[in-house]
Design a protein around this ligand. Sequence first.
Ligand code: FES
Length: 102
Amino acid sequence: MIAPKYHIFVCTSCRINGTQQGFCYQKKSVDLVRKFMQEIDDRELSSECMVTNTGCFGICDKGPICVVYPEGIWYKNLDEEAVERICEEHLEGGVPVKDYRI
Ligand code: FES
């Protein structure tokens, strides 16, 4: 893969010691990483989208959180429906999803 068109960073509350604790992890954000990967694969966007799990963004009360680059758009309160909409409207359609933006 060359540089992806979109890079999605999903907080899974990863700590520097390798453990996963914290709000986003407790809110099943690891499942949301899998959901992003599945949706991207189903939509045949794998050649232009990359998903990476990250540590805390510091706004845990709004989690689960993801950030989509190159725009640097932050999304909050993620669930499976939010992931589907971000994939359809933002990654496929090029229009960020207002309902989940911070
Ligand atoms: S644990 Fe996800 S933003 Fe803090």
